[in-house]
Design a protein around this ligand. Structure first.
Ligand code: KG4
Ligand code: ZN
Length: 340
């Protein structure tokens, strides 16, 4: 079975071709129009998707040496995300499906992230615990099975990727700043500044806005030259506090739930220190750890196509009318599954 898939929920525009669960081709373009604004500008994102999507689709088909006539199913992210961006991928995909009389699957973006590590590793043992960390979300999700999800914890304020991006902006890095902070922090001393490690309580929720504020207060006390000279130390100390809090929640969750595997997903799961923390936590708990290949951490259509294929295999029937769902909680999928 061949699935042609699209992802356009935020600032990555992507098309991919999946054959029987394997990625044959994927083309992803990260929009650069937002760099000067320090964050994603919804209006510009939608317009940019419109300019990109057809070309990316043609390129993905060309890379796979495939014709549209060989496709069995089309899939696109329908939420959550920016409505103007979602609509582009959704309607482009729907157009192809209708024109060729093919089944069309609307995909939940976060559900696609949940299984992104499976693209390379194959099915993961159930139940597994996923830390889903991106620019828009920080969630701990227990996956008992397909469409059987429980949110154990989430952020009370900023998403962790958002904290990386805001701290990066404060220190003059371009957007998005996460990968650059990861790189710069490697040469810094994580103990040189003492930033607060948030949420030292029994809950499995996260919080990052206090840390961001503490970082801002710290650099307000410094001259531009001092900030420049101590940049790596500042960023290493920020990262230490952000990930110490994150890791403590994962450890608590693993102890409480005893999952059969620990899984990372989302753009921030590309972080080198976080990946090590996940692996060491899993090792201590005696369970396998799954982290997506770097190219499947950030938003991409391969994970959308993979999930569509998985849903087809499991004969999951969705009765959604085709529409963009800017807000769509992942646990709504459990209720929808129970109704059918
Ligand atoms: O999943 P994603 O591509 O888009 C969203 O759905 O948000 O995640 C993007 C986020 C950005 O905040 C970016 O700064 C962050 O992932 N990020 C990282 C790293 N690479 C990307 N954060 C920390 N360390 C990294 N290596
Ligand atoms: Zn995402």
């Amino acid at each position: 079975m061949r699935v042609l898939a699209f992802e356009s929920s935020c600032d990555e525009c992507s098309a991919a071709l999946i054959e029987n669960g394997s990625v044959i081709s994927v083309r992803t373009h990260t929009q650069s129009v937002h760099r000067d604004f320090g964050g994603v500008v919804p209006e510009l994102a939608g317009r940019s998707h419109l300019e990109l999507i057809d070309r990316l689709c043609q390129q993905a088909l060309h890379d796979a040496e495939a014709e549209l006539a060989s496709i069995d199913c089309v899939a696109a992210t329908s939420g959550p995300g920016l409505v103007g961006s979602l609509l582009i991928g959704l309607h482009y995909g729907q157009g192809i499906a209708q024109g060729r009389d093919l089944p069309f699957r609307q995909i939940h973006h976060m559900e696609a992230h949940l299984y992104s590590a499976e693209i390379e590793s194959g099915p993961m043992p159930l139940p597994f615990l996923v830390l889903l960390v991106s620019g828009g979300h920080t969630l701990l999700v227990l996956v008992r099975g397909l469409r059987d999800y429980e949110i154990l914890g989430s952020t009370l304020d900023d998403a962790i990727g958002e904290a990386y991006d805001k701290v990066g902006k404060l220190i003059g890095l371009s957007f998005p700043a996460g990968a650059e902070i990861d790189r710069l922090a490697k040469s810094g001393d994580p103990q040189s500044y003492s930033f607060p490690v948030s949420k030292r309580d029994a809950s499995l929720d996260f919080s990052y806005s206090g840390l961001k504020t503490a970082f801002r207060y710290q650099i307000q006390k410094m001259t531009p030259q001092e900030i420049e000279n101590r940049r790596s130390d500042l960023l290493a100390s920020f990262q230490f506090a952000a990930l110490a809090s994150t890791k403590s929640k994962i450890v608590s969750a693993v102890q409480r739930i005893s999952p059969r595997a620990l899984v990372a997903a989302g753009g921030v799961s590309a972080n080198s220190v976080l990946r090590e923390a996940m692996i060491s936590t899993a090792l201590a708990a005696g369970v396998p750890c799954y982290v997506p290949a770097m190219r499947y951490c950030a938003d991409n259509a391969a994970m959308v196509g993979y999930l569509a294929w998985k849903l087809e295999q499991e004969r999951v029937v969705d009765h959604h009318e085709v529409r963009a769902r800017p807000r769509w909680t992942i646990t709504d999928l459990n209720k929808e599954a129970a109704r059918h």
